[in-house]
Design a protein around this ligand. Structure first.
Ligand SMILES: Nc1nc2c(ncn2[C@@H]2O[C@H](COP(=O)(O)OP(=O)(O)OP(=O)(O)O)[C@@H](O)[C@H]2O)c(=O)[nH]1
Ligand SMILES: [Mg+2]
Length: 226
């Protein structure tokens, strides 16, 4: 058997930490965190389950809008994945949608440990309005984005590759930056590419430069408030 990708090894250690309804209820923003975003039903929870090789870790369902909170999964003391509620779910009442959007924005703009976004899009419906908004927004906030074109098992290889090229072309035309890869939770396609990106953002395996200096004084009073 081929040697396992080190990041896939780390991901298998994932454990559910907490569900937070708002930024102030999130676990301490220490270390590195990657959030999975995208339309409702894009396959976020399924992707987290596939990457961590845990069938039931993040709740996947046929009912769109199932993920209603910021769900945190700890990988080790300093690294986490976050499953975010999907946007664009029509059946959620308008007032709730607005409240959620506010919380989501709050998290995306203010979370200190957030290193990057995995933006998931069903390969059959890529770059819809909300996805473009998310990309613009991430770019404005200097947050890097990696696009996973999910459910790629639904297309043959040829059309799937053409979709990758089309998405890349559209991004370029819009002046947006993101890396792109194919993904299928069902078939396990694109796991290593996703793991490469997660490793880059989660600083894993850690290098010497990532080591936390032992004697760093914590200047609580003089810490700049965000
Ligand atoms: N064929 C196929 N179906 C998939 C794949 N990934 C997810 N699905 C299906 O797509 C549906 C939605 O998946 P979820 O993972 O729950 O989607 P989500 O983005 O977490 O949805 P919300 O929590 O509502 O935002 C489920 O019925 C999954 O079984 C895939 O790789 N291939
Ligand atoms: Mg979900």
């Amino acid at each position: 058997m081929a040697e396992q990708h080190p990041v896939l090894g780390l991901l298998q250690k994932a454990q559910f930490m907490t569900s937070a309804p708002r930024l102030s209820a999130c676990p301490p923003g220490i270390g590195h965190e990657v959030a999975f975003v995208g339309r409702s039903n894009a396959g976020k929870s399924s992707a987290i389950n596939a990457l961590t090789r845990q069938r039931q870790l993040a709740r996947a369902s046929k009912t769109p809008g199932r993920t209603q909170l910021l769900n945190f999964f700890g990988l080790d003391e300093e690294r986490r994945l976050v499953d975010l509620p999907g946007y664009g779910y029509a059946a959620v009442p308008e007032a709730m949608k607005i409240a959620w959007q506010k919380e989501l924005q709050n998290y995306l703009l203010k979370r200190d440990s957030l290193r990057g976004l995995m933006l998931l899009m069903d390969i059959r419906h890529p770059l819809l309005n909300y996805d473009v908004e998310m990309l613009k927004w991430a770019q404005a906030g200097n947050l890097p984005v990696h696009i996973l074109l999910t459910k790629c098992d639904k297309l043959n290889r040829g059309p799937a590759m053409i979709t990758v090229q089309n998405v890349a072309k559209q991004l370029k035309e819009k002046g947006l930056h993101a890396t792109i890869s194919l993904f299928s939770a069902l078939r396990g396609i694109g796991m290593e590419d996703a793991a490469d990106k997660l490793g880059e953002w989660l600083h894993y395996p850690p290098t010497e430069a990532d080591a936390i200096p032992e004697a760093t004084p914590v200047a609580e009073d003089s810490a700049p408030s965000a």
